[in-house]
Design a protein around this ligand. Sequence first.
Ligand SMILES: [Zn+2]
Ligand SMILES: [Zn+2]
Length: 308
Amino acid sequence: MKFTVLGSGAGIPSRTRNTQSYVLDAVEEINQYFLIDASEGLQHRILHTTVRPSKIKHVFITHLHGDHLYGLPGFLSSRAHQGGEDIPLTVYGPPGLKEWIDLTLKTSNSHLNYPIQYIEVSHNDQYEVEGFTIDTYLLEHTIDSYMYVFNEPEKLGKLNTDKLKSIGIKPGPLYKEIKDSVTFWHDGKTYNTKNFLSAPVPGRKVAVHGDTRVITQPDYLSLIDGSDLIVHEATYLDGEIEKAHMYFHSEIQNVLQNFSQIQYQKILFSHISNRYDEEDMEIIKGRLNENVFIAHDYLEITIPRISL
Ligand SMILES: [Zn+2]
Ligand SMILES: [Zn+2]
């Protein structure tokens, strides 16, 4: 899996940063991308990547602020002309999203030629997409803003061929049949397949936040504990913890301190304010550990499977 930043800025776009959109690439696993947020300019950003809009089948909107949303009607309208005709799409988001999209499409006389379904999310929902489970968590922002946690299913362990040989089963097509079944029969005896497999490989976990204050609740921390990638906003990169809290946003060191209680592989800070210039960014980056990334548009983060 791979995570691509299509827009890393906060509030309004700058010459170098589009506002918020991301793609979680699960093409290798389930032949599709998850789109998270859809800012203005999303379509242009997609054109500079290998992302195919027809392979975006699920869109997750964190909240209804314009810097996360204003590109959605354009994306929906164009998708059909980019190979998406008749390919169903599901859009997840807070209440009000469907109403706004319906009105926008109606006013502009736009018609979609593929089925679209809207799912109104709430706190602690769980959805299932091709074996992935997606959890929601209501964050703390000026309007309802959600985190989506994408959990890949675990993968079966490897077949222990030495053990199979020891009971007299020779290598061949039978091995695949055995791996695909719960039990198998050989020489008058029934065997449990799991006794012939190594430990399952855990699925990966990616937690993508909408705008939020720093949250310290234990249920929140346990939901994201063990993430392979956490994507968090950092509207404030340099101090100003109180100001961040007052405006329902986050400050980077405050987030890192909060996450010192949990385990994670990588963290990506995004929603970067225009008031930081290149020089500021270099100073701030210099203070961070190597598993902490600051987003820029088109940044790609690989999410390797960690084998036990
Ligand atoms: Zn925002
Ligand atoms: Zn917001």
